[in-house]
Design a protein around this ligand. Structure first.
Ligand SMILES: O=C(O)C(=O)C[C@H](O)[C@@H](O)CO
Length: 250
């Protein structure tokens, strides 16, 4: 049972923290901090399947759901992430129902989908010790797709209707760039587009989420109905803490 999948299905708010240091030591520190989920970024952080595995193992003892983001929605990469043990995936730049269907298929073994079978060599199956893994692994998959382009905005409803998609997650940085406001995720036009997108997602009945720009932004988005909300990054916390401590002396 994937508690994140269940919580999103029940509309319960799930607070997360972005992990971009690609380090199992800091991941374990964050895993014990009370978040519902941690996002391990394979798109904008120096992660490989090996570094992701080390972080997955480091957080395994903690009550937090690890989500992995591949650099692109490529079934071959998703297969690697699933085989090392991720059951929750965040896929960037999803722009159509056809693409969403392909992504769902990539998380399911035949005949439901195209996920390649590694029965006895995958950590996800307990290295073959779980005889039920091939049969019921799909039931625990939490597939979250990112809406972060004009095409993605246009396709929200058709993407949300896709069976197997658990949540739609707004990427404000890429969306701002797509809307002509590179680096300006807080521009009123971008904020308006985000608010409209989250409302549309909410009307479909699927869970909505966002990479919040601040704690206040996160609170406002949660109040407006978003349930999968990241409120910061490991790098941001380290940068703010290191600079603030230095500035506190002289
Ligand atoms: O487009 C975005 O914004 C996101 O998807 C989040 C960023 O990629 C994250 O890495 C923070 O910069």
């Amino acid at each position: 049972m994937n508690p994140l999948k269940v919580a999103l299905g029940e509309g319960r708010t799930q607070i997360g923290l972005w992990q971009a240091l690609a380090n199992p030591y800091t991941a374990e520190i964050c895993a014990g901090a009370g978040y519902d989920w941690l996002l391990f970024d394979g798109e904008h952080a120096p992660n490989t399947p090996q570094t992701l595995l080390a972080q997955l193992q480091a957080v395994a003892p903690y009550p937090v759901e690890p989500i992995a983001r591949p650099p692109v929605g490529d079934p071959a990469i998703m297969k690697q992430y699933l085989d090392i043990g991720f059951r929750s995936l965040l896929i960037p730049m999803v722009e159509s129902a056809e693409q969403a269907r392909m992504l769902v298929s990539a998380t399911r073994f035949p005949p439901r989908g195209i996920r390649g079978v590694a029965s006895a060599t995958s950590r996800a199956s307990g290295f073959g010790s779980n005889p039920r893994y091939l049969v019921d692994a799909h039931e625990d998959i939490c597939l979250i797709v990112q809406i972060e382009s004009r095409a993605g905005l246009d396709a929200i409803e058709e993407i949300a209707e896709t069976d197997g998609v658990d949540a739609l997650f707004i990427g404000p940085g890429d969306l701002a760039a797509a809307l002509g406001h590179l680096g300006g995720a807080d521009h009123p036009d971008v904020q308006a587009a985000i608010s409209d997108a989250l409302a549309r997602i909410g009307r479909t009945g699927k869970a909505s989420g966002i990479f919040a720009l601040s704690v206040d932004d996160a609170k406002a988005r949660i109040a407006a109905g978003a349930s999968l909300v990241s409120i910061g990054t490991d790098i941001g916390i380290l940068m703010k803490g290191a600079r603030g401590l230095r500035a506190s002396i002289i």
